[in-house]
Each structure stands twice: as C-alpha cells, then as structure tokens.
Design a protein. Structure first.
Length: 291
C-alpha cells in the first residue's frame, strides 16, 4: 500500500532586497583590473548595470589570477555577477508589473499584453500579472500565485475601508474631543502624569489648535482616548487619584465619559468623580435639563 505523501513545507520568502548596485559594479571593475581585463578601458559606466554585466560576463574567460594575491578574482567576480543578476531580476519583475498596471489604467485590454508577456492568451496575461503582484506582496511562506495576490488586494481594500470608517467616526467626535482637551489643559497643573499619560498630554497640547484635515482631526480624537486610557492605568498602578484639584478631577471625569460613550453630548456641569471627588456619590455626568 502506497504511503500518503507528506505535504511539502512552504519555503521561506527570500529576496535580495535593497542593495547598492553601483558599489558592487565598482568592485567588479576593481576585480577586472586585478585580473588584467584586456578591454578594461571599455568597461561601461558603473551606473549602466546591464552593460556592466554583459561586459564582465563576456570577459570572464580573459581574466587571470594574479600571483600571490589573496583574492580569488574570477570567483568573487562570478558571485558578484550572480548577485547583480538577481537584483536585476527583482527590479525587472517590479518594473514589468508597474508597466502592466499603467497600461491597464490607460484602458489597454489584456489581449494586447500577450506578446509583451510571452503568453498565448489574455487569460495568460492576466495570470502572469497576478503572479508578479503576488511576488511583490506575498508574505513568508505564501506562494507566488494569483490567489495570494487577490487575497492581499482584498485585505488592502478592507483595511482602507476600515480606515475611512475610523476617520469618519473620529472626525465627527472631534469638536467634543477638542472641548474635552481644552478643559484638561486648563487644569493641567492639577494632574499627576507620567510616562505615557505625560506623552499623550503633550501631544494634545501641541496639536489642539491646528487640526485641519479629516485625518488630523480623527487622530486628535484618538490622542484624547489614549490619554484617558493611560491616565486611568497610572491611577491603577499607583493606587491613587491622578488629579489633585477639583477642576482636574472634573476634567478627567468629563474625558472618561467622552471616551466611554462614543457620541456622548458634552455636559455643562460635572458632579462627582471616579477619580476621588469627595463631593459626589460616584462617577456621574449630568446634562442640563436632566440626567
């Protein structure tokens, strides 16, 4: 009976990544000079990577190993050429994908890419473009397949949609967040802050008056929320109130109420405080005209 085959483990994603090709071509030229390249005077400009590779590959058999020299001239040159060809391949894949995307944005149908991509059909052109996209976006262990490209694109669309929703919601809350922030800043002297609560308080102070774009307003609302979370955590860690005055306690209570109720109206008066106000019976925020 034939044993069931084991599933092949997915290979880790390895890319050459960012390198300085000019420094490598400069080293190639040094090696060809050491190896007495008979056409060294015709060595291409160091920025002409493809021409450099063509020259060094053509002249490799003409190199000589210098006597009593520790460097393996031909061996090191071969390794550098292999690395630069890999770099060129990765750059070519990215460049070809950008060209395809530009053509599609300009309304070019898939069948017009068949010759350029060396495929037989428009479906083949589409699939090749998807594989190029997958190579660009895939994570470690993921295959270079159209399905991976689609999954990443779907995830990017979902993340963009979620970010738009966040900005819309947080910008709507910005006027309330700004008012809360101003009360906190007015009573700053009565606050006990440290570490993260101090950081977020400084962010609020630096940005409270210059929020213009929707994204900036949304982020500011997040600063207020982060400040409240960090100051409450500080109160838990230290086992005491982070406010030393009634005004500071009221400002913090207002901030807590704002954070805990997404679209909570801003009250005119604050009675009681969960940060230790002795004058109230608990953490309650009263609005004008009723509770």
């Amino acid at each position: 009976m034939r044993k069931p085959g084991r599933a092949r483990p997915k290979r880790s994603l390895i890319r050459l990544g960012r390198i300085d090709p000019t420094s490598l071509t400069a080293r190639l030229r040094e090696l060809h000079e050491l190896g007495c390249d008979p056409e060294l005077e015709r060595f291409p400009d160091l920025g002409e990577l493809y021409l450099v590779l063509q020259h060094t590959q053509r002249m490799t058999s003409g190199l000589k190993q210098p006597m009593d020299h520790p460097v393996n001239v031909m061996g090191e040159a071969a390794v550098l050429r292999a690395k630069l060809w890999q770099y060129l391949r990765e750059e070519a894949d990215a460049g070809q994908l950008r060209a395809i995307e530009a053509g599609r944005d300009a309304g070019v149908p898939w069948e017009h890419f068949t010759d350029a991509l060396c495929v037989a059909s428009k479906q083949g052109a589409y699939q090749k473009a998807r594989r190029l996209k997958a190579e660009e976006v895939r994570d470690d262990g993921e295959r270079r397949s159209p399905a991976v490209a689609r999954a990443h694109e779907d995830r990017a669309v979902a993340e963009e949609r979620a970010e738009r929703a966040r900005i819309l919601t947080q910008e709507r809350r910005f006027p309330l967040a700004q008012r809360v922030a101003r009360q906190i800043l007015e009573n700053r002297a009565g606050l006990v802050v440290a570490s993260w609560s101090k950081y977020w308080l400084e962010e609020i102070s630096d940005t409270v008056d210059d929020r213009i774009s929707a994204g900036e307003r949304a982020n500011f609302t997040g600063y207020v929320e982060s400040f409240v979370r960090s100051v409450r955590q500080l109160a838990v860690e230290r086992g005491g109130s982070p406010a030393t005055t009634d005004g500071a306690r009221q400002a913090l209570e207002l901030a807590v109420e704002f954070v805990s109720q997404e679209l909570s109206p801003i009250p005119e008066q604050v009675v009681g405080s969960q940060f230790g106000n002795q004058s109230g019976s608990g953490a309650r925020v009263r609005q004008q005209g009723g509770e």
